[in-house]
Write a protein that binds this ligand. Structure first.
Ligand code: ADP
Ligand code: MG
Length: 294
């Protein structure tokens, strides 16, 4: 027997490294007329590296001490930034202190108790409860050069910043162009990162419409707003913070290699072989199959 077109398309998408979860999804993805992309781990490689370690004088910590506390708190997290912090600390000394009472807030950061001290690591704007001159200056410097500034707070007081740099995926710009051509709409960037780092990266990827500083529910709201304007929104993301937006999307696609379990479960399709360019390929395969079905 010859395979029905949608099943052939699923097999074909699989050959391009995309796991499409059902025939219904295979059919829907071709209807996409708007695209929202996440930044960290989606447009970027998701293997960021710590480039700067800047303790504040009043913390009494040196660079190694700051990094080790942050890494101990980040160890249970599956966020790409957390892995960068842990890797950097392990390069300087393989054994990290234990952490207790770990919690994470998607789009914000993590908290844990390390050697009796409460350590928070995350977005400066979310962890500070008021203006802080030294933190703002240091974060501004780092973000100006496209880095993500991560604040470390120890027992309620800012202790220092980490600068983290991630690279654009090699196929990001080509994917943005291909999706714009296929869907007739320029993709938008939805990110929890700061506006400066986001603008820097968006420019490299060829994206004009950037919405930064978003919490998971803000990403969801952005997708719902596009949907209520009648758009069939394709969302691509990797994080726990992307899960609500992936669930609300007309089609949700998760980055598989480094994606969080929640994103993989929530998405309608998973990019297994880390190539972003497989997204427009799958849209095109769906269109072809639909022509055969009708
Ligand atoms: P994106 O939307 O670009 O994937 P996220 O929403 O995952 O980014 O994260 C947004 C911001 O929240 C990060 O830029 C960082 O400042 C902070 N953040 C979230 N999780 C962590 C973490 N585990 N460690 C440090 N910072 C974090
Ligand atoms: Mg992400």
């Amino acid at each position: 027997a010859t395979m029905p077109p949608l099943l052939s398309a699923i097999a074909n998408a699989g050959r391009h490294g995309v796991l499409v979860k059902s025939a219904v999804v295979m059919e829907r993805i071709g209807q996409t007329d708007a695209v929202a992309l996440d930044k960290t781990g989606t447009l970027t490689e998701g293997s960021p590296r710590v480039t700067d370690v800047r303790p504040l004088a009043e913390s009494g910590l040196d660079a190694d001490g700051l990094l080790r506390l942050a890494a101990a708190a980040e160890r249970p997290s599956e966020h790409p930034l957390a892995r960068a912090v842990v890797d950097a600390a392990r390069e300087r000394g393989p054994v990290l202190p234990d952490a207790q009472d770990f919690t994470s807030a998607p789009g914000v950061g993590v908290t844990a108790v390390v050697t009796g001290r409460t350590v928070q690591v995350g977005a400066p704007s979310r962890l500070l409860d008021g203006p802080h001159r030294a933190v703002a200056d240091l974060a501004g410097d780092l973000e100006e050069s496209g880095r993500t500034a991560v604040l470390v707070v120890v027992d309620g007081a800012p202790a220092g910043l980490l600068g983290i740099a991630d690279r654009l995926r090699p196929d990001a710009a080509a994917t943005v162009t291909a999706l714009a051509t296929l869907t007739g709409a320029a993709p938008v960037l939805l990110t929890g990162d700061n506006p400066r780092a986001a603008a820097h990266l968006a420019a490299e990827a060829g994206i004009d419409d950037v919405r930064a500083g978003l919490l998971p529910q803000d990403k969801l709201a952005a997708v719902q707003e596009m949907a209520s304007a009648g758009r069939k929104v394709l969302v691509v993301g990797d994080g726990v913070n992307d899960a609500p937006a992936l669930a609300a999307a007309h089609t949700g696609v998760a980055m598989g290699r480094a994606g969080s379990d929640l994103a993989l479960e929530t998405a309608d399709a998973v990019i297994v072989r880390d190539e972003l360019a497989a997204v427009p390929t799958t849209v095109a395969l769906s269109r072809r199959a639909r022509r055969l079905v009708v």
